[in-house]
Write a new protein. Structure first.
Length: 77
């Protein structure tokens, strides 16, 4: 799994919607990659901060916004 795969799967991970195999690879990547660990933290904080934006209810617009913010941030590193 690479960072793009990880980002694409974050909402499904938070939903508990990943298959066992995929979740295993997701967690393995998380353990190796501090960038994605930070991203997952930010994602959770954003959901907590906005309250109503639950993983289930996250709109595709909001999701795209988070994903593009993460890609911008990756480019800066
Ligand atoms: Zn990563």
């Amino acid at each position: 799994m690479n960072c793009n795969d990880f980002v694409e799967l974050v909402t499904e991970f938070l939903d508990g919607a990943l298959s066992e195999d995929t979740e295993q690879r997701f967690i393995e990547h998380l353990a190796q990659c501090s960038g994605c660990e930070n991203y997952l933290d930010q994602f959770r904080q954003t959901i907590a901060a906005t309250g109503e934006l639950t993983p289930e209810g996250i709109s595709s617009d909001a999701r795209q916004h988070l994903l593009s913010a993460f890609r911008d941030w990756q480019r800066d590193v």
